[in-house]
Design a protein around this ligand. Structure first.
Ligand code: NI
Length: 396
């Protein structure tokens, strides 16, 4: 099948699905209507569907006529707690919930791929699993499926995201580090309160917190290698009640991003060292809750990356490919990459200044040019067929 041609024929089909999903945007783990809609559509296409009595998302299974490996295509399906202000005629009808990260695009593109692969299943040398994944924005959305063994038979996986640092309609299929790990922390300083005019009787939690925040800056500048990118951000601080009370507590929250597992493993201890020493100067104590959230996204299987690039070039020629800068954002596909070592994550560009498609993801004005949707569908489908053909009949 010429997936580029067929996907273009299916543009209206894909776009209509996108409009429904966008209009009915649902938050992480609450994607019930979304799941029912997708599962119904897969069944209508004659595709076997696995749904879950106690969880959202679903898995479609397309079995080729020849046995072989199993390749998984993944789309996330959840939306964000954002009041939409995009101006599209199919704005979310759910107040305060918006598909501002393009997951409606991913799900509809995967439905387009599902339809094509089902039409073309005689040519598939193995099995395609279609994971419509819940709860990506909540970090742990994919755990349910792999913890219960639904992905045990998967040999390779592809995830895709519409991406505003890549030119609209182009694909970025990049080797190596792509997105950062994400760990969050909460740091609480305990001191002793006193009248604002009698500092000698206090252990000032605000002064201690200020020293800690400044000290934390040296983790990036002095305590870790400059050759590995690292972000340590304190994003919130809460302390005190009014001008003439020295407060006994300050609470701050922050996030840590890096590509390197070695740097990642070091940061918690460095924060503890800074925290304990800086707090002690003011006679305070402090405690740290440190949550390891998501590993980084690294396209480390170079052979698989090549298959994906060749699929793209076969569909649209070499000009379809574009590089991009790495992102310090995170993505929970990284957990699937840990479970399925042969996996990759790619970007479908959606930035187009002339067309006005300029807003970043997670912005209330985020919009895309829907001409890119068939490209995503075709890439999903072509990659699945090409991967299975490469290892045809060779069950791993
Ligand atoms: Ni996203």
């Amino acid at each position: 099948m010429d997936y580029a041609v067929r996907a273009e024929e299916l543009k209206e089909y894909i776009t209509e699905h996108r409009h429904f999903l966008h209009r009915h945007a649902e938050l992480s783990y609450k994607e019930t209507e979304t799941t029912n809609y997708i599962a119904d559509e897969l069944r209508a296409l004659g595709i076997e569907v696995i749904t879950f009595p106690d969880y959202t998302g679903c898995i479609g299974v397309i079995r080729g006529t020849t046995p072989g490996r199993t390749v998984m295509l993944r789309a996330d399906i959840d939306a964000l707690p954002i009041c939409e202000n995009s101006g599209v005629p199919f704005e979310s009808i759910h107040e305060g919930v918006m598909h501002a990260c393009g997951h409606d695009c991913h799900a509809s593109m995967l439905l387009g791929a599902a339809k094509m692969l089902q039409e073309n299943r005689e040519a598939l040398k193995g099995t395609v699993k279609l994971l419509f994944q819940a709860g990506e924005e909540a970090f742990y959305g994919s755990h349910y499926y792999w913890e219960r063994g639904y992905l045990d038979d998967v040999d390779a996986a592809l995830g895709m995201h519409v991406w505003p640092t890549v030119a609209s309609g182009h694909l970025c299929i990049q080797d190596g580090n792509l997105m950062a790990s994400c760990d969050n922390f909460k740091l609480t300083v305990h001191g002793r309160s006193a009248h604002g005019a009698r500092p000698q009787e206090s252990c000032d939690a605000i002064v201690a917190a200020s020293s800690i925040i400044l000290g934390i800056q040296t983790i990036v500048s002095r305590m870790t290698t400059p050759l590995e990118p690292l972000v340590v951000t304190v994003g919130s601080i809460r302390a005190g009640t009014q001008f003439n009370i020295i407060t006994d507590q300050a609470v701050m929250e922050g996030t840590v991003r890096t590509y390197s597992p070695e740097v990642r493993a070091k940061v918690e201890q460095e924060i503890r060292t800074v925290m304990n020493n800086a707090a002690a100067i003011s006679g305070c104590t402090a405690e740290l809750d440190y949550d390891y959230i998501e590993p980084s996204v690294c396209n480390s299987d170079l052979e698989l990356n090549d298959i994906a690039r060749q699929s793209a070039v076969k569909l649209y020629g070499v000009d379809i490919l574009r590089p991009t800068v790495q992102s310090m954002g995170s993505e929970d596909f990284s957990f699937l990459m840990e479970k399925i070592p042969s996996s990759l994550f790619i970007f479908l560009g959606c930035y187009d200044e002339a067309g006005g498609y300029i807003y970043p993801v997670h912005n209330e004005r985020f919009i895309i040019n829907e001409d890119i949707l068939p490209i995503g569908s075709a890439q999903y489908a072509q990659f699945a067929e090409d991967y299975l053909s490469r290892y045809g009949g060779d069950a791993q």
